[in-house]
Design a binder for this molecule. Structure first.
Ligand code: SAH
Length: 213
């Protein structure tokens, strides 16, 4: 598959939709305008890639809805050079959005099939995360902590403690919390022991599962 003018036109329309839904961060919108989302999906979904919807990828997982990707990324409030941990590499689309912002990305995926597929896809497309890890996001990535931001892209039944403790002071964890549906939740680390919590309405994710597979 190639990236054509038609795809670019559809991306411009998608960005208009995201603005209408309340996304304001110029850098995030610019990233979405630039990244060929259709290449992160199965070719049979090519015609739908710029609808604001989630779609199936390998291993029974989904590529998140563009609005959700934009919303979570906006909540992280990142700068160039920020260090970010992503839980749930999936298709790599969210990873690419983070990279486009100029941040250093570490991303963990628990499904081996997806991990391998996405690793080689990102390499081929010249997206360069600092590290892609086949592992369990519940334990975070202690070796590379602390992080400016941690983003969880699967529905977490509870907030894993390591993800809070691996934040810098001032760092942000964005995590959808809940079983059937999830409440988008932001934690800001105020000090060694204090975290501020904010909630942002309902979203729907595939579940965050324990251990790798
Ligand atoms: N960010 C992805 C979203 C993929 S869906 C994208 O933009 O495409 C969520 C992903 O989280 C799935 O690939 C799933 O396998 C993964 N996942 C679920 N539980 C996990 C865990 N404990 N650790 C790491 N990845 C996990």
């Amino acid at each position: 598959m190639r990236d054509t003018l038609k795809h670019q036109g559809l991306r411009n329309r998608l960005v208009e939709v995201l603005i209408a839904k309340g996304i304001k961060d110029k850098e995030v919108l610019k990233a979405i305008k630039k990244i060929p989302r259709h290449l992160f999906m199965d070719s049979s979904f090519e015609d739908f890639a710029y609808q604001d919807k989630a779609f199936p990828i390998a291993a029974n997982q989904t590529i998140s809805q563009p609005y959700t990707v934009a919303f979570q990324t906006e909540l992280l409030q990142l700068n160039k050079g920020s260090k970010v941990l992503e839980i749930g590499t999936g298709s790599g689309y969210q990873t690419a959005v983070l990279l486009e912002l100029g941040v250093k990305v570490y991303s963990i995926e628990r499904q081996q099939e997806l991990f391998k597929k996405t690793k080689s896809f990102l390499e081929k497309r010249n997206y360069r995360p600092k590290q892609l890890i086949f592992g369990d996001g519940y334990i975070g990535l202690k070796e590379q902590a602390p992080f400016d931001g941690v983003i969880v892209t699967a529905g977490a039944p509870f907030v894993p403690n390591p993800l809070l403790s691996q934040l810098k002071i001032g760092g942000r964890l964005v995590i959808p919390v809940g079983d059937k549906t999830q409440i988008m939740t932001l934690f800001i680390r105020k000090s060694e022991k204090e975290f501020e919590k904010h909630e942002f309405g309902d979203f729907k994710f595939v579940p965050m599962l324990q251990k790798k597979n």
